[in-house]
Write a protein that binds this ligand. Structure first.
Ligand code: DSN
Length: 457
């Protein structure tokens, strides 16, 4: 990216943008909620639209000078309506968490019940967790899934009949399987609840026909725009025909709770980025891209299984994989740190029935969306799996007492100071481990062959 103007006025910030650019080029980005926006999207986000205030909605603004902004917001709305086949879209939410809050404010009163998937089974904080406003202001009743690693809809129905939720959220952030919106709808309709489909992770797959479409089943759909959609950091709220049938005022209520209810002026530069990414998402090339994301993920899952990794639910149907790290004897936090040193970026994550506190979960979550955006395919996934395996095997050979670290991190011998000292020991060992260093160099060389969209090489 050209940042010469930043360098002229602020060398310190420019230095770190350059370093971050290099990091994104030289490492394997595998956090499933991340992706690379195109140059066109980045240009929109870096444009003069960031200078404008536009409280209100197109043709109904509280500020002057919005005639072009109106057109851009209308383009984004129309593109989303066409792509998803929905009658109403709001493109102003700043991100996924405020968007979910806006939906809750529009549909519930404080104290009403909301049902969402438990965090450790792949749910999201904003789906009723007690540590978020969704569980503090509303009564969050959390569901999980049984031994089979998939949602048990008989159990879900029993729970819904008991707690009578106002909203059931059908959504996941660390769930490697298909979300069965039809079955969720059956339960929601039976108890008279709204069905909210938060498709932030899978939105690209839905557009590309690689995941069932929530539109016939949900009343409201929320998605962020920067994950599999490859747009800017933002979100959209959509209301379906089914939603309008249940409540003809639903769209108006949501508009009011986005602005003035929760937000101020929309981020017009982001709205333009959303318009651009929706145009890109309507192409045949985008459909090809998401098909490849899923194909890559399947190959990666089967290779990781071959190397003895324990995959939650035994595999994947989508863009992500969740690994239970218990059988490798390395806590997810340490494994993620070690893999970063080797050039592989992913995140630690709770796994079902995890006994660990959230900061030290026994899982890692990884996906193929960003690597596929760089043009990697099945054969590259095999290499990636082999590097992950090699790095984890190298971690096992370190003179490091993983068991004591666990005892101290979250066991009976809780001692934060000692844990920090052990962390430093681990960092030191990993930074000088020859196999990890070799892997990082191999990955750096390999990455040179796969340009990052949006970055000039
Ligand atoms: N933080 C996002 C994720 O990683 O899934 C969701 O908000």
């Amino acid at each position: 990216m050209n940042i010469k103007n930043i360098a002229n006025v602020d060398n310190e910030t420019a230095k770190y943008i350059k370093l971050e650019t290099e990091r994104q080029k030289n490492m394997l980005e595998m956090i499933p909620s991340e992706n690379y926006a195109s140059k066109a999207v980045l240009e929109a986000v870096g444009s003069v639209l960031a200078n404008k205030y536009s409280e209100g909605y197109p043709r109904k603004r509280y500020y002057q000078g919005n005639k072009y902004i109106d057109e851009i917001e209308l383009i984004a709305i129309e593109r989303a309506k066409k792509l998803f086949k929905v009658p109403y879209v709001n493109v102003q939410p700043y991100s996924g968490s405020p968007a979910n809050a806006e939906i809750y404010l529009a549909l519930m009163k404080p104290g009403d019940t909301l049902m969402g998937l438990t965090l450790s089974y792949g749910g999201h904080l904003t789906h009723g967790s007690p540590v978020s406003m969704s569980g503090a202001v509303y009564k969050g009743v959390l569901y999980d899934f049984g031994e089979k690693g998939k949602i048990d809809f008989d159990e879900l129905e029993k729970l819904a009949l008991k707690v009578k939720p106002k909203i059931i959220v059908a959504s996941t952030t660390a769930y490697p399987r298909i979300v069965d919106f039809a079955k969720f709808a059956k339960v929601a309709d039976k108890v008279g609840a709204y069905l909210l489909a938060d498709i932030s992770h899978i939105v690209g797959l839905v557009i590309g026909g690689c995941h069932p479409d929530p539109v016939p089943y949900a009343h409201v759909i929320m998605t962020t725009t920067h994950k599999t959609l490859r747009g800017p950091r933002g979100a959209m709220i959509m209301v379906t025909q089914k939603g309008l049938k249940k409540d003809p005022d639903l769209a108006d209520k949501i508009d009011k709770w986005v602005f003035p209810g929760l937000q101020g002026g929309p981020h017009d530069h982001v709205t333009a980025g959303i318009a651009v990414c929706l145009k890109e998402a309507g192409t045949v090339a985008f459909k090809r891209y998401v098909k490849q994301v899923v194909a890559n993920c399947k190959v990666l899952a089967s290779e990781l299984t071959y190397y003895g990794f324990d995959l939650v639910s035994g595999g994947t149907d989508n863009h992500l994989i969740l690994i239970d790290t218990h059988n490798k004897g390395i806590n997810g936090r340490l494994m993620a740190i070690g893999l970063e040193e080797a050039g592989i970026i992913l995140n630690r994550n709770w796994v079902p029935k995890d006994e660990a506190p959230p900061f030290f979960p026994n899982g890692i979550r990884l996906g193929t969306s960003a690597l596929t955006s760089r043009g990697m395919r099945e054969k590259e996934m095999k290499k990636v799996a082999a590097w992950i395996h090699k790095a984890v095997e190298a971690m096992k050979t370190l003179e490091f007492d993983y068991k004591t670290w666990v005892d101290i991190a979250y066991g009976q011998k809780k001692d934060p100071q000692k844990r920090k000292r052990l962390d430093s020991t681990f960092y030191n060992l990993i930074s000088i481990c020859p196999d990890i260093k070799k892997t990082a160099q191999e990955i750096k060389n390999f990455c040179k062959r796969y340009p990052v969209p949006g970055i000039d090489f």
